[in-house]
Every structure is written in C-alpha cells, then in structure tokens.
Design a protein around this ligand. Structure first.
Ligand SMILES: Nc1nc2c(c(=O)[nH]1)N[C@H]1C(S)=C(S)[C@@H](COP(=O)(O)O)O[C@H]1N2
Ligand SMILES: [Mo]
Length: 327
C-alpha cells in the first residue's frame, strides 16, 4: 500500500489556520483532552485510508455543465480528495481521507427550523429527489491562500430553500455540521467550537451561484469532502462551504459561525474573497493553485481576484458595504 505524503507549502509565509489555533489553544487542548489527543495522534487508520484512496463514491446522473462553470484547468480528483480541510477528522490536510473511514453518510436527514412555513426533519433523498443535478466547475479559494478548480454536482441552494417557504423574518440562513465523536476523531480536540456552524445572509443564500453539493467529479461526495451534503459558495473563502449538513435554520439575526467565534478578528462573517484585504498574518493578494495532473501539490502562484473571479455576478449584493471592514 502506498502512503500519500502531502508536502508542506514551499517557502510559504502562510500559517495554516490549524497552526495558529494550536498555538492559541494547545494548552487548553492538552488540559481538556489529554488522553483523547494522545490516542487520536497514535492511531493511523490505514485500512480506512486505503479504501478512501480508491475511486470515491457512487456515480450520479448529471444533466450537464452549468453556464456558471469555469474552463480553467481542473484540480485532479486525487488532490481534491486527499488535500482537505475537515477539522472534525483532524487538522492535517491528509487527516480527512485517512481518518474518515468510520463516517456513515447514510441514512441521512436534515432538520429544518426557524422562520419558514415548512419545517421539520427531511430525509436526504426527499431533499434531493425533486431536483435535477447539475455540474458546476467552480474555483475554490481557501483562506489559507491555496485554491482548486472542482467540478461539483449539486442543486442551486435557492431551489432547495424556497421549498421551505421562508417568511419575511428569515434574514439569514444558518447551517450546522453533524457532530459524531465516535466517527470523527478530530472532535476530541477543542480547536473550533463544535458543531461546525456557518451562515449566509438570505440574499446570498438565494444567489444562483450558491450550490448545495451532493457530489464531485460525477460521483457522490466522499466523507473528506463533506458527504453527503455540503455547501459551496464560490465567491467566499472556503471555510464558508460547510460540510455534512444536518441542520438548516432560518433566522432573523446574524447567526454565530464557528470560525468567527474562534477567531473573529481573523475570520469575518461575510468572508468574501478580497485580494485587497490581508489576513492579519498573511497577504491574500495571490494564491497557490493546485490544478492539473499528478501530484501537483506545489501548485502555481496566481493573482487572487475580487470575489474569487465572480464579482460580475455577486458584487451588487454588497453595494454600499465597506468590504475592507465587513470582511
Ligand atoms: N464541517 C466542516 N466544514 C468545512 C471545514 C471543516 O473543517 N469542517 N473546513 C472548511 C474549509 S477551511 C475549506 S477550505 C473547505 C475545504 O473543502 P474541500 O476539502 O472539499 O476542498 O471546507 C470547509 N468546510
Ligand atoms: Mo479553508
């Protein structure tokens, strides 16, 4: 069996989100979760990792490419499924595929609550079945300054949300990730406020670019990419793309989000990609594009675009807002 080694970004000044959190919370982590931390680190789930390295998921029936798709060179399936952020499985880039072997994406249901006429618990199949699945090839820009081009399979988020008939009080939509310590070894570490939470303003959520993804590369999502249902908001930093969603809340006030709660000075609620506003610890002017064939993890340095290149479609959502402040 071949182990897949992920090199550190070369000569990068960039500190991954996890390194900073470790620095800030290592003592807390050791104090609160000492034994779990040691056990988690010591157990490499090789069997599960080897399985995850095979072609992931089940094939999906997809109608075709969306007009919103980019023609840029795609990230390889291997890189997109072996270099991930999914802290519930650990903070290393290879933890999500190596440590997600116990994760059960089925059966799955989503609880819908708050300011909507139709609320309750819905089976995943019932959420997805009425819709046509489309492929959208989107750029994805992580706040850590690396990026990928990924062919997602999904449904416009708006089409799903409208079925619940949100009321005029629904000003925001909040999403919550499943929290299953027995299947997600990273939950033993208090690196973020669990469960992972994210949110959008209702007009952002209703924008046609916002996608509820059930697959990538024509197949159902593997665990490490957020099986069985995750959000993709291509004009925002990747952390807004919450994985393995089990709850949707229509709220009147801005919902709390995990990254904002953990480090509000670094990770804003809006988190629109903006090369002009540096992260407190690194520039956001450029990114390391991970794309092409083979182990191209070194990537190419390219300029980051406002709204990740989707400004023509989404800039009007923020008219009158100072994007240097409301990041
Ligand atoms: N529940 C959950 N969702 C998450 C994360 C996470 O740690 N937990 N990481 C986010 C970050 S920082 C990024 S960049 C993207 C990565 O998505 P990918 O691994 O499918 O490329 O997922 C986002 N969604
Ligand atoms: Mo990210």
């Amino acid at each position: 069996m071949r182990r897949y080694a992920v090199p550190a970004p070369p000569g990068s000044q960039i500190t991954p989100e996890s390194t900073w959190l470790r620095r800030r919370q290592i003592l807390k982590a050791l104090a609160l979760a000492g034994p779990a931390l040691a056990a988690g680190c010591g157990r490499a789930e090789d069997g599960a990792g080897a399985q995850a390295a095979e072609l992931p998921g089940e094939p999906l029936t997809v109608t075709g490419r969306s007009a919103y798709s980019t023609d840029e060179t795609r990230t390889s399936l291997r890189d997109a499924t072996h270099y991930n952020n999914y802290y519930e499985f650990g903070t290393g880039k290879d933890d999500p595929w190596r440590r997600s072997g116990r994760f059960k994406p089925a059966p799955w249901s989503v609880e819908v609550a708050g300011h909507a006429e139709l609320t309750g618990r819905f089976a995943l199949e019932d959420l997805v079945k009425p819709h046509t699945l489309e492929e959208r090839v989107y750029r994805m820009r992580c706040v850590e300054a690396w990026s990928m081009v990924i062919p997602w399979v999904g449904i416009p988020l708006a089409d799903v949300l409208k079925r619940f008939r949100p009321t005029s009080q629904a000003k925001y939509v909040a999403f919550t990730t499943v929290e299953r310590p027995a299947e997600m070894p990273g939950l033993s570490y208090p690196v973020l406020r669990w469960p992972y939470r994210e949110g959008l303003r209702i007009d952002e959520a209703m924008h046609p670019l916002a996608l509820l993804a059930v697959g990538l590369y024509g197949r159902t999502l593997p665990a490490q990419n957020g099986a069985p249902l995750r959000l993709v908001v291509p004009w925002k930093y990747g952390f807004k793309g919450i994985k393995s969603i089990v709850r949707i809340d229509f709220t009147e006030s801005q919902p709390a989000t995990s990254w904002n709660l953990s480090a509000g000075d670094e990770y804003g609620f809006f988190a629109n990609v903006n090369p002009a506003v540096s992260h407190p610890r690194w520039s956001q002017a450029s990114e390391r594009r991970i794309a092409g064939d083979g182990l191209n993890l070194l990537g190419n340095r390219i300029a980051t675009l406002p709204f990740n290149g989707y400004a023509d479609q989404v800039a009007s959502l923020y008219a009158g807002m100072d994007l240097r402040i409301h990041y």
